[in-house]
Design a protein around this ligand. Structure first.
Ligand code: PGA
Length: 258
């Protein structure tokens, strides 16, 4: 049975001091909410401080990126081994990385493999651009993103997927619950055809893109959607708490029964 998940992607926001302040505001409230995996993804430089603050709680930690080499002369990069000590999850292939830092399918594939190798759980982001969506090419684009490597079978037992239509990220223009459910259903079907029903049924798939405390229920009420990757609203303690709380109320019983 899939456990619902809400992950907060803080992106390039918060100084270390601000990160500490934000965690202090929501730690207790978050810890009390059961049956939802709660993941905070602050910037690299705040990982250690946040790790200390959430020690002993049910809150999990994630990074926002990774490099695929273990170590060496890669100035400015952070390796999987360095992260494995600090956190459990890592966001890979976010559309902002694909768009602004020219990350290709091949690089993302290497990053996923490198993360899995050291026991980090990737949150692999996929999604289509507005023009692709409008041209009816969503399924084609997602298929390409999902199949950019041939030996991905082991991936899908170890990772979390996040479907994030690029036109919905940071725009305030979220997909509808039905749209997101249909597309995530398509992703699950693709995985099922390629890797079998069991793998497809077990993989946790999140929706991401302008999720707020006011629209989360629309997504969480859908059968294919297991949770959300939340950007802007994860920087506001009260919003994030309300998002996690509603997820627990709506979907939490599923993990309890499982
Ligand atoms: P948003 O970002 O919630 O601010 O739209 C989501 C994401 O990029 O993961």
């Amino acid at each position: 049975m899939r456990v619902p998940m809400i992950a907060g992607n803080w992106k390039m926001n918060t100084t270390v001091g601000e990160a500490i302040e934000l965690v202090n505001k929501m730690r207790q409230g978050l810890d009390q909410i059961d049956n939802v995996e709660k993941v905070l993804c602050p910037p690299f430089i705040s990982l250690a401080a946040v790790k200390e603050l959430i020690e002993g709680s049910s809150i999990k930690l994630g990074a926002q990126n990774i490099y695929f080499e273990e170590k060496g002369a890669y100035t400015g990069e952070i390796s999987p081994l360095m992260l494995a000590d600090l956190c459990e999850f890592v966001i890979i292939g976010h559309s902002e990385r694909r768009q602004y830092f020219n990350e290709t399918g091949e690089m993302i594939d290497k990053k996923v493999k490198a993360a899995l190798k050291v026991g980090l759980k990737p949150i692999l982001c996929i999604g289509e651009r507005l023009e692709e969506n409008e041209a009816g090419r969503t399924e084609e684009v997602l298929t390409k993103q999902l199949s950019s490597s041939s030996d991905r079978i082991y991936y899908f037992s170890g990772l979390i997927l996040a479907y994030e239509p690029i036109w919905a990220i940071g725009t305030g223009r979220a997909a509808t619950g039905e749209q997101a459910n249909e597309t995530i259903g398509f992703i699950r079907q693709y995985i099922s055809k390629r890797y079998g029903k069991r793998v497809a049924q077990d993989v946790c798939i999140l929706y991401g893109g302008s999720v707020t405390a006011d629209n989360i229920s629309e997504f969480i009420n859908q059968p294919e959607i297991d949770g959300a990757l939340v950007g802007g609203a994860s920087l506001k303690a009260d919003q994030f708490l309300r998002i996690v709380k509603q997820t627990s109320e709506i979907k939490g019983h599923l993990s309890e029964e499982g």
